[in-house]
Each structure stands twice: as C-alpha cells, then as structure tokens.
Design a binder for this molecule. Structure first.
Ligand SMILES: Cc1cc2nc3c(=O)[nH]c(=O)nc-3n(C[C@H](O)[C@H](O)[C@H](O)COP(=O)(O)OP(=O)(O)OC[C@H]3O[C@@H](n4cnc5c(N)ncnc54)[C@H](O)[C@@H]3O)c2cc1C
Length: 491
C-alpha cells in the first residue's frame, strides 16, 4: 500500500511530495491534466517561498531565470503619484523573485524526479472512502488504489475536499479581472511595474523576463459572455489609453490570457481523518499581492514533516491536528489583507476612490510603509507561536521562524542553518554543549550545529525552520516530544 497519495501536481502538491519523499515516505502524485501546464499564472515567488524551495532542493536556476522585483510606480489616471519601492529586509538571506509558476513547477518536478517520484498525468480522482486503516481511491480511468493518507492539493474546485465533506464557506465576489501576458512595443521603463488607478478601475503592467514581455491586469465589470483571447487583447488596447493615458502601445502577441473572478473562501478544517487539504483546495482569495501560491507552498512544508513522522510511526495522528491549527489562522490573515488591499485598490465607490487616490497611494511613498508592505508580502514574519506547538519566553519564541545563519557542523566545517534542515531537525548550540546527552534517542533525527554567538540555551529547530523548543534539560525535552509533539522521537 502506497503511504501517501497527493492529488494535484501544482506548486502545493509538488512541494508536499518533495518534502515527503525527502523524509523517505512512499508517495504517489496524480494529476488529471494531460501534462504539465505551460502558462505562467503566478509570477512572483515571495521570500518565504524561495526559502522553502531552497530547503526542498528545488530552487535550481530560478534565481538566474528571474527578475528581482524593484517596485511599482503608482499613477492616478496617468499622473505618477507614488513610487512603491520593494524594500527587502537586508538582514535576511532570501529575496522575492519575479518568476513564472510554470518555471517553479518545472523545478519542483525536476527535484521530485531526483527523489525517485514521477507525476502520473491524466489520472483523475473521482471517489474516495476512508476507514480506520486507510483510504480507497477511485480514478476516472486507472485501477483503484488503497493508500494510507490522501492529500487534496487539487486546487480551488477540489474534488478531494468535496469527497471528504469539508465545507468551503466564503463569498463569490463580484470583481472580475482580465489578464494577458503580451509581447508589446511599449517605450516604458522595464525596471518598474506600473499601477494606474482610474475611476473605472485599475490597470497593472508588470514587466516579465523576456524581451518586451508584459503582464497586464485590469478589473472590469462582471460580464456573462465568454471572452476570447482576441476580446481580451481588444479590451487592453482600449484600457491602456483610457486608464493609463498610454496611446502608443502596440500589442504584437498575447502569450497567455485569462479571465478570473475573485472568490474568498476558506475550508472549515484542513483534515478529516485520513484526508488532508493544502493550497488552493483549502483557501482562495484575490491574486493582488501574489500570496496564493506562496501560502500553498508554506502549507506543504508544514504538513510534510508532520505527515512523515506519522507515516513512519514516529508520532501519533494527533500531530496532524496541529497542521490546521498552525496554517488556517495564517490563511485567515492572508484572506483579510488581500481582501482589504483589493477593495482599496479597486475603489468601487467615489468615497473609496477619494481615499485611494488622496491618502492610500501617496502614503506608499513613505519608506516605512514600503518596508512594512514588503515584509508583509514576504511571509517571512509567519509565526506559529500562538498555536499548539508555540510557547513563551526568549527570542525567537517556540513557533517563530528562525532566520538562516552561519554555523558550524560537529566536525567544525562551516555551513548555513537552513542547508541542514529538511528532512533533518537541527539543534543549534554553543560549542562544547553535550548534544548527545540532551537529545538522547532523538539524536538520530537531529543534526547538531554550533554557533559561538548564540546566547542562551540550545535551540531545537523543526525541519520547516521554526523553533520547536529551547532548553538544556533532557527530561524536559523528552516530555516535550511526548506531550506537545505527540511524538516518540525522544523516547
Ligand atoms: C492570474 C493569477 C495570478 C496569480 N498570481 C499569483 C502570484 O503572483 N503569487 C502567488 O503566490 N499566487 C498567485 N496566484 C495564485 C496561484 O496561481 C495559486 O494559488 C496556485 O496555483 C495554487 O496552487 P495549488 O498547487 O494549490 O493548486 P493548482 O495550481 O490549482 O493545482 C491543482 C492541480 O490539481 C489538479 N486536479 C484538480 N482536480 C483533480 C482531480 N480530481 N484529480 C487529479 N488532479 C486534479 C489540477 O489539474 C491542477 O494541476 C495567481 C493566480 C492567478 C489566477
């Protein structure tokens, strides 16, 4: 029996499968599509997403194939009002990349293949039923399978979510966006994105890697008729002069077009017995701010090590409840901020547009606002300190993310903390600490690292880079594994 079946080979399912395979779990990945998607879709990988891909071994050459986000020049109609500079945190070693979802998925598939797993395309899950020992899964055309765990990474219209009977409440929202990646003759600075705010709505132009390639996005009233790629290009040819005052743009070719309506929905739970959800299957929201893919990748990293411990008999199933408890509040926060930002930027009343044009957009000139907005988008701030594995005291606190840093291995060779994580845990201690005595039986799963400048007790760091525990009492650590982590790792 396969241990885990991952449904969906989008960024979430692929990251999860890489994480599970790295932990030695037998994983199968199926997708109903005939083959990999080639369209760009999400085009920014925020810093936390870069960090996760690096840990999973899937960053590959994405840095070389991307553009670094610089910022966005904001215009009210065609008049420049503010320049919102992207202000990455210079104390962090990772930065956002402008890179397409197709390229990210390609790198994840490459890594998964290195780990010995190939995606099974053209394999649609149609039914599933679970009992105490596993899940029986049926496919449209393939032979049914019996698996230990089923994870739905099958996107917004998740069949797995439906089969598990998990509710997906929220609002089908009225905004409709047109999107086109176009090759255009446009005499415009390509180091910056441009946002044009108009009484009829917004228009965004984002430079993409490739000569004269731009992503255009605009909100338009909801229309019932289907729009062809030619209709969408025609819309943009009209909207560029209307909303941006740009009369000299010649769109030569549309590489990809899309129409999407923004829904805001959040699954009531991410787990029902042996069935789990991650990514868009669990949460959907506005693409403004580019948080969707990044949140899904984060879900996958959080779930991978927990499910691996359970599958390998090293932790009780109860540990899986901490997955919803840690990730659902984050999705709630992402929905709240993306909803608010979309409402402000779309400006659907005269009063809202007044606030947007006279207060909100000019504020974006402030470097403090820029630093805060960049930090919010990065998801480097994500902390689980208020969750069931969180704790009080010290900095970082249990549950907080531990930034990457220099340290040395037990043999004295230099390394970086995050390079040593996943599948391993890490114990970061001052040189001379008796790590074996502290860790006991858990030593087998933990890489011991040293740092001269560490203040206070040793830090035990989870495979996803968050602080698990700090202290120097072996008995306390054993109790933490058993009582808090529901794990037999320390026994
Ligand atoms: C225009 C646009 C721009 C965006 N920009 C950004 C951005 O800049 N940054 C960002 O973070 N996010 C962005 N997003 C959101 C991002 O694209 C999604 O959040 C992301 O694709 C979700 O990944 P996923 O793996 O959870 O699901 P998906 O990518 O939807 O993958 C689900 C997979 O499941 C498969 N599947 C579905 N049903 C079944 C079944 N029954 N059996 C087998 N397989 C099945 C599908 O074929 C698909 O391959 C954007 C979205 C849009 C529309």
């Amino acid at each position: 029996m396969e241990q885990v079946l991952v449904v969906g080979a989008g960024p979430t399912g692929l990251t999860l499968a890489c994480g599970l395979a790295a932990h030695g779990v037998a994983v199968r990945v199926v997708d109903r599509a005939a083959g990999p998607a080639v369209t760009s879709r999400a085009n920014i990988l925020h810093a936390r997403g870069v960090e996760v891909l690096r840990r999973v071994g899937a960053l590959g050459d994405l840095r070389e194939r991307s553009l670094a986000p610089v910022g966005m020049r904001m215009h009210v109609r065609s008049r420049p009002i503010a320049t919102m500079r992207f202000a990455p945190d210079t104390t962090e070693s990772v930065q956002a990349l402008f890179v397409s979802q197709a390229q990210i998925e390609e790198q994840l598939r490459r890594r998964l293949s290195e780990l010995g797993v190939e995606v099974e395309w053209g394999t649609e899950v149609t039914a599933a039923s679970q009992d105490d020992d596993g899940v029986t899964v049926e496919f449209a055309e393939a032979t049914p399978a019996r698996v230990g765990w089923l994870v739905g990474c099958d996107g917004a219209r998740s069949r797995v979510r439906e089969l598990a009977g998990i509710e997906f409440p929220g609002a089908s929202v009225v905004e409709q966006f047109l999107l086109a990646d176009v090759l255009a003759d446009w005499d415009r600075d390509r180091t910056m994105s441009a946002g044009f705010y108009h009484r009829d709505g917004l228009l965004l132009a984002i430079p993409m890697r490739g000569e004269n390639l731009w992503r255009l996005m605009a909100d338009v009233p909801v229309a019932d008729q289907r729009l062809s790629p030619a209709d969408i290009v025609a819309h943009f040819e009209r909207l560029l002069p209307e909303r941006a005052g740009e009369t000299g743009v010649r769109i030569r070719e549309a590489v990809w077009t899309s129409v999407f309506r923004i829904h805001r929905r959040l699954a009531t739970d991410y787990r029902r017995g042996r069935v789990l959800l991650a990514g868009d299957a669990a949460h959907i929201h506005s693409p403004i701010g580019g948080q969707g893919m990044n949140t899904g990748i984060g879900d996958a990293e959080n779930l991978a090590w927990k499910l691996a411990l359970v599958v390998r008999g090293l932790a009780n199933e109860e540990l899986l409840d901490t997955y919803t408890a840690e990730r659902r509040p984050l999705a709630t926060e992402v929905l709240r901020t993306t909803t608010n930002n979309t409402k402000i930027l779309v400006g659907d009343s005269a009063a809202a547009r007044f606030v947007r044009d006279r207060i909100f957009i000019p504020l974006l000139n402030s470097s403090a606002v820029q630093a805060k907005a960049s930090r919010t988008a990065s998801q480097l701030w994500v902390s689980y300190r208020k969750g069931p594995l969180g704790g009080r005291g010290g900095s970082p606190r249990p549950g907080d993310r531990v930034p990457d840093r220099d340290c040395t291995r037990a043999d004295g060779s230099p390394t970086r903390l995050h390079d040593e994580l996943l599948p391993a845990w890490a114990l970061l201690a001052r040189p001379g600490t008796d790590a074996d005595a502290l860790l006991g039986a858990a030593r087998e799963h933990v890489t011991v690292l040293f740092a001269d400048d560490l203040s206070g007790s040793p830090l035990l760091i989870r495979p996803d880079g968050h602080l698990a525990w700090r202290g120097d009492d072996p008995m306390e650590l054993r109790r933490w594994f058993a009582d808090t982590l529901h794990a037999r790792m320390g026994a």
